[in-house]
Design a protein around this ligand. Sequence first.
Ligand code: GRF
Length: 188
Amino acid sequence: MKRIVIFASGSGSNAENLIKFFQDSDHASVIQIFCNNPHAKVLDRAKRLGVSALSFNRVAFTKTDDVLDILKATEPDLIVLAGFLWKFPEHILKCFENKVINIHPALLPKYGGKGMYGMNVHNAIIQNNESETGITIHYVNENYDEGAIIFQVTCQVSKQDTAEDVAAKIHKLEMEYFPKVVEQLLNE
Ligand code: GRF
């Protein structure tokens, strides 16, 4: 059985979708949620779905080996960042080369980098009159949103669309494609 761990910071709809998808799988399972915000909704979702979850602070993550040691003990085959807002520290990345992936709600390299998350991304799409956007699933390296791209899929943005409409379209793509891409990566 392949072991997936998820890092999330907020609502966790992607985390929930991944947990549910792999609950029906004989090949892989989400075994642990890591969260940097003790009040995040993702922790409630994990509890409801019976998946172990823990929260940690910035010192434990970036300045000590506390999070690294716990992560190593989970023996993950894949570390999935799903709405995780902190930069992933180099000392952890070094131990899990090519095993950390992220989902970004735009077509990287456009609309990536610091500050480009959540509604900031969709507002920028509308402000710039983009006619399409999409999602990117990519490997994580030491820079925000710059690792090798694994998968992209696009959707159209119409002139009438608001940033909320774009967010809904992106959400739909994430729900449909993210679990499938994770599954495919684990089968490679
Ligand atoms: C998603 O749009 C994801 O692409 C981005 O943050 C959002 C997280 O939403 N990185 P959720 O917490 O999974 O509901």
